[in-house]
Design a protein around this ligand. Structure first.
Ligand SMILES: Cc1cc2nc3c(=O)[nH]c(=O)nc-3n(C[C@H](O)[C@H](O)[C@H](O)COP(=O)(O)O)c2cc1C
Length: 171
């Protein structure tokens, strides 16, 4: 594979907050992303080089439709090419006491749940997840979220061609 020349196709839970990440254009990094709602039918994946799946964390869980996308990828022949996971979550409590009380709602979040599903499915899943914090329950994104997304994407893209361990116990 010629690193860096492949389009990233993102299958997206098209929710308000994360769609801001896309409309910024910053996440493309010269690639040609196609964004699709996870409610839509999966396209033919032969020409797709990478998939990023996103869901908001809600009631500590991941959206079922987004999880189902991950469960269908292998059947669609997508078992070697890289998959990455991200979610939105928050807001994070400001005191250690509140954080301790609320942590079950925040960690592992939709990203951790989806990462585990992707590994169990034997997908070639990038070991890091991207978690974008929000300022309020309905957004907007926290101030550093966009930069975090850009640097995550940059590193993810630079790893294309690598194969990750598919063990569900790995981190
Ligand atoms: C009904 C509801 C439940 C939520 N539950 C959680 C939660 O359990 N843990 C968490 O970290 N964030 C939670 N959030 C925050 C969302 O993860 C975050 O605000 C969301 O991704 C924003 O997405 P939106 O674009 O759909 O508004 C919740 C938000 C809503 C509206």
């Amino acid at each position: 594979m010629n690193e860096g020349t492949y389009p990233i196709q993102k299958l997206f839970w098209q929710h308000k907050t994360s769609s801001r990440l896309d409309s910024s254009g910053d996440m493309t990094l010269g690639h040609e992303p196609t964004i699709q709602d996870v409610l839509q039918k999966l396209p033919d994946l032969h020409g797709v080089d990478s998939i990023v799946v996103d869901a908001p964390t809600r009631m500590a869980r991941a959206n079922r439709k987004a999880v189902n996308v991950l469960k269908r990828l292998k059947k669609k022949g997508f078992s070697i090419k890289p998959v990455a996971i991200f979610d939105t979550y928050g807001p994070i409590p400001t005191t250690p006491e509140e954080l301790e009380k609320d942590k079950k709602w925040i960690y592992p979040g939709a990203a951790g749940i989806m990462q585990k599903v992707a590994k169990n499915q034997g997908l070639n899943v990038y070991p890091e997840t991207l978690r974008c914090e929000v300022k309020g329950l309905k957004g907007p994104l926290a101030d550093n979220a966009l930069e975090k997304a850009v640097s995550f994407t940059r590193v993810f893209v630079s790893t294309f061609g690598k194969t990750w361990s598919n063990s569900s116990n790995s981190h």
